[in-house]
Ligand binder design. Sequence first.
Ligand SMILES: [Zn+2]
Length: 116
Amino acid sequence: MDAQTIEAMKNINTSSVVQMIILGVIAVSTVMSAAKESAQGIINKKLRRKIRKMKEKPLRHDGQVLRDNDGIPYCPGCFDDKNKFIHLTALQANTSGLQLLCPVCKADFNIGTFSS
Ligand SMILES: [Zn+2]
């Protein structure tokens, strides 16, 4: 250490040491926050990929297009034609099941036989 550095160290008072510690804590906190955001970004990216795959591969059951296990069928016509998930809405219950309507293409389905 040269004389100039020793002189500079003598001039450092307690408050500037505290300031340096605070700046150090802020720097560490910023780095950790960035690392956390990066990890979160990786998780979000994986989730988005999974969601996209689910959308690309809809579950089909008896002609219905289902997704997310919510139990509400989607319109198979709208999915096949425009790759869109449109929930069918209940029109009425009848002897052969439940009559459902697509609010977009207006196709109606019977959930018992599921034919339009
Ligand atoms: Zn439709």
